[in-house]
Design a protein around this ligand. Structure first.
Ligand code: 13P
Length: 255
């Protein structure tokens, strides 16, 4: 089932220090009234872990929601440096990005680990934003669907098996060749990809499960007009352009 809210997810990655994150968040907070007021529109900020606590205080009772950028695959235990889903929920987050291509690349995350993380998040009633996407090479060799199937299958099967929650889930299609490059896929290509993701997801999870379909990769004031025409997209995952409130707000206003 399609998500009835359009979501804008700002992935601030590790672009800002703790103080810089607080500064940018305050700018977002001060300009809250400028942000387009539509009942089915939601803004989600995803700062790095240390900033979640101060930001959860700042945005308490506001329309802006928070998400983490990752979580541990384990519930609790001797896992130095990791942050569990329970803490993320206790901090007041509603969402968590997982399986981002940067984590798959630099932290060698596997699809099984990502499936574990989805399970931990759903146990805490957090909505996972599951990132998938093909490399440039796979794109050139027309192997995108194979790559997507390999990434999605273990995660969707796990969601179907655990059956613990009916929390919406989000699948963020982020082609690696588009992240930070200024290049976005054509609408024809995106329509094919999102149709495939939707069909594949429904086959495993059934038609009743609410699944958001997000696009990420070079979303900007320049690329939003074309992306807007892809009707299956129910949200955007924005990196670079979300680090500037004005740019971010222009994108929101153009939807
Ligand atoms: P850019 O918007 O900077 O291309 O980043 C996309 C991304 O990786 C969001 O998760």
């Amino acid at each position: 089932m399609k998500l009835n809210t359009f979501i804008f997810v700002a992935n601030w990655k590790m672009q800002l220090s703790f103080n810089e994150t607080e500064e940018l968040a305050r700018e977002y907070f001060e300009h809250l009234t400028l942000i387009k007021k539509i009942p089915n529109l939601r803004i989600i900020l995803c700062p790095s872990f240390p900033a979640l606590f101060p930001l959860s205080r700042l945005f308490k009772n506001s329309e802006i929601k928070l998400g983490a950028q990752d979580c541990s695959q384990f519930r609790a235990g001797a896992y130095t440096g990791q942050v569990c889903a329970k803490s993320i929920a206790e901090l007041g987050c509603h969402y968590c990005i997982i399986g981002h291509s940067e984590r798959r690349h630099y932290n060698h995350e596997t699809n099984t680990e990502i499936a574990d993380k989805v399970q931990r998040l759903l146990e805490q009633e957090l909505q996972p934003i599951i990132c998938v996407g093909e490399t440039k090479q796979e794109y050139k060799e027309q192997k995108a669907f194979t790559a997507l199937e390999q990434q999605l299958e273990p995660v969707l099967t796990r969601i179907a098996d655990i059956g613990i929650s009916h929390e919406p889930i989000h699948i963020a299609y982020e082609p690696i060749w588009s992240i930070g490059t200024g290049i976005v896929p054509s609408n024809t290509y995106l329509n094919e990809i999102f149709t495939w993701i939707e069909d594949h997801t429904q086959k495993i999870l059934g038609k009743e499960r609410v699944v958001g379909l997000l696009y990420g990769g070079s979303v900007s004031e320049q690329t939003i007009a074309a992306l807007k025409k892809v009707k299956k997209i129910s949200g955007l995952l924005i990196g670079e352009a979300s680090l500037d409130f004005q740019k971010f707000n222009n994108i929101v206003n153009l939807i």
